[in-house]
Design a protein around this ligand. Structure first.
Ligand SMILES: O[C@H]1[C@H](O)[C@@H](O)[C@H](O)[C@@H](O)[C@H]1O
Length: 604
């Protein structure tokens, strides 16, 4: 990048950080009071169906698996494969989605994703053998990956600055909404022991088809069109989505940044290499990928996945209750995401993320304390039946040690809150719902006593864990659940936006697989409380990262946000102490500030 541009970027960075004399920075660019045409909401709705499908397809599998494993006699390996193949495929397609996005455009990518979702849904709905199921889950994962990186970019590019945060965060609302609807569908079809899973998985075809047909009539992003030199179309689309209001200012700003980029001769070469060799985009990439990494390292999917076990610890018994209570968990996640949509334009991205991470860290610590108390008060093993197969289970003296071994479970009688006649027995290799032999084998849904606890222990401290779970979702969902997607959709300049979002979404999915696949092993080595203390520690590291590195992007025009990253990475959250003495307000020439204006008279 040229020195001229670097200097200009630094100046602009200062302007963006300081803001205009009154109100927030975005107001000068597009009036806050201007009414937003209904069309923008319609675009956001149809795009966010991609988020809904992302949530639905990742969420539906847990309930479907309970039926599938019985009907198709799935081994633990196959169950794991069917869950993680989708997330793995999503990681790969998110990474390659950057190229498709830049080449074919946002609209075609969204159409492609909805087509892929529909095909995946049909394959899953008609599958007769587990191998076909695996193919269906991989197809669905490919759709999730493309949708997860394209939809936020598309919404950000069509939204007016003062509403952008809210509309992009709506996509996260659709993700958690999809997870919630999936859990309700799981609950409803769990009564249908034969083929119920087909409906659970196949129903995703409906929103996918709705999105496909809706998007056939919807326009391409004006920013992408302009980047491809289709200026007439871009102008038309911009006019349409701004409801016939004056679009010159926004149009010129977009064109200005594209022209400046072209003047700097930066349109050739591999985008990711250009991003890495240019300071502002390199820093934006670190911030974007870091946010996505910490989202997953804060353990959201472990907590969601583990909620059924947490609820079992609280005394919930049987698959059906567990399914319905898991629906309550995803409902909580959904409701608090709504809080995020409400807060994002009020408090801004940075404060919302910081507050969320603080609450997330504290509630993870509370969850860990709940598990610690449960472990310290874990019921002893009182019966040691002779085990002809010589399994390791007979060696354990308490429920805690017994349940940490994935091959064993705890079989016990209960009188009020006291546990007696308890033994540690090998789990049935065909199903974790019962023991391989003895009192707790051959269990049916209805059998009550003796109780069989796999992966958890009876404990009087389950309320601490339950409280931790609720506080966790209340703090995570509005900020860390939503902001990584929202911030990533706005921090990269146009030329780097597809690639930046592809990389950060890829990081999200890779850490999603890593955390969910390693959780049980981590718990085996560190125990459950150790694992949750570890996630709490990671949330604290995430908090420091955000504190130092995340600038506020609220209200700024997309074309101006790059300038926030012209400073050293760990000072971009605010002005360094020295700089604050130099703060002065700037007047942007007329009302029509263009990036390409490099005129000293711009600044008073
Ligand atoms: O933002 C979403 C959301 O928080 C979901 O609940 C979670 O399952 C996803 O992994 C995450 O990316």
């Amino acid at each position: 990048m040229s020195d001229r541009r670097r200097q200009k970027a630094a100046e602009d960075g200062e302007r963006s950080l300081i803001g205009p004399p009154s109100g927030h920075a975005g107001e000068s660019l597009l009036g806050r009071d201007a009414s937003t045409p209904f069309f923008v909401y319609l675009l956001a709705f149809f795009s966010a169906l991609g988020g809904f499908l992302f949530g639905y397809d990742t969420g539906v599998v847990s309930g479907a698996m309970l039926l599938l494993k019985k009907e198709m006699h799935l081994s633990a390996l196959w169950q794991e494969l069917l869950v993680s193949s989708t997330v793995g495929a999503a990681a790969l397609s998110a990474l390659s989605g950057g190229f498709l996005n830049g080449w074919l455009g946002r609209r075609i990518c969204i159409l492609l994703a909805s087509l892929v979702f529909s095909v995946g849904g049909v394959v899953l709905g008609v599958a007769q053998i587990k191998e076909v199921l695996l193919v269906g889950r991989v197809i669905v994962g490919l759709g999730i990956g493309i949708a997860s990186m394209t939809v936020p970019v598309y919404i950000a590019e069509v939204s007016p600055p003062h509403l952008r945060g809210q509309l992009v965060t709506m996509n996260s609302l659709f993700i958690t909404g999809g997870q919630f609807v999936a859990s309700v569908v799981d609950g409803a079809f769990s009564y249908m022991s034969h083929d119920g899973w087909r409906y659970m998985m196949g129903l995703s075809v409906l929103p996918a088809a709705l999105q496909f047909f809706g998007f056939i009539c919807l326009p391409e992003s004006p920013r992408w069109l302009l980047q491809k030199g289709r200026s007439q179309e871009a102008r038309q689309v911009l006019g349409r989505i701004r409801g016939g209001r004056d679009i010159e200012e926004e149009y010129d700003a977009i064109r200005g940044s594209i022209e400046e980029e072209a003047r700097d001769g930066g349109s050739g070469g591999v985008v990711i290499l250009r991003m890495l060799s240019y300071g502002p985009t390199r820093r934006a990439l670190v911030v974007g990928c870091g946010l996505q990494m910490f989202q997953q390292l804060s353990g959201i999917n472990t907590v969601m996945y583990y909620s059924a076990t947490i609820l079992q610890m609280a005394g919930v018994r049987g698959d059906k209750q567990a399914i319905w209570l898991a629906a309550a968990t995803s409902a909580t996640n959904f409701v608090f995401t709504l809080v995020g949509v409400w807060l994002v334009e009020r408090v801004g991205r940075r404060k919302l993320t910081l507050g969320s991470l603080l609450g997330t860290g504290l509630s993870l610590a509370l969850l860990a304390v709940g598990f610690l108390l449960s472990a310290q008060n874990s019921p002893a093993v009182t019966l040691h039946p002779v085990d002809a197969r010589n399994s390791t289970c007979r060696l354990y003296g308490s429920c805690e040690l017994c349940m940490l071994d994935p091959d064993c479970g705890f079989c016990y009688l209960e009188n009020g809150t006291s546990v007696f006649d308890s033994s540690c027995l090998p789990v049935d290799p065909a199903s974790t719902d019962s023991a391989a032999w003895g009192r707790c084998s051959n269990r049916t849904e209805e059998s009550t006593s003796p109780y069989w606890a796999y992966n958890h222990c009876p404990t009087p401290y389950s309320w601490v864990v339950l409280l931790g779970l609720i506080l966790y979702l209340a703090s995570f969902a509005p900020g860390m659940g939503t902001m990584p997607w929202t911030v990533n959709s706005e921090i990269y300049p146009l030329w780097a936006r597809s690639t930046g979002n592809a990389c950060s979404a890829g990081v999200n999915w890779i850490f999603n697989v890593l955390v969910s696949l390693t959780f049980l092993h981590v718990a085996e080595y560190l125990t459950y409380y150790g694992a949750f203390f570890m996630y709490a520690g990671l949330a604290v590291v995430g908090l420091l990262f955000v504190l130092c590195c995340l600038p506020e992007t609220k209200g700024l025009q997309l074309e101006d946000i790059e300038n926030l990253f012209t400073r050293q990475l760990c000072s971009c959250g605010g002005l360094p102490a020295n700089d604050s003495r130099h703060v002065h307000y700037v007047r942007v020439k007329g009302n029509n500030y263009l990036h390409s204006d490099n005129d000293a008279s711009d600044v008073d």
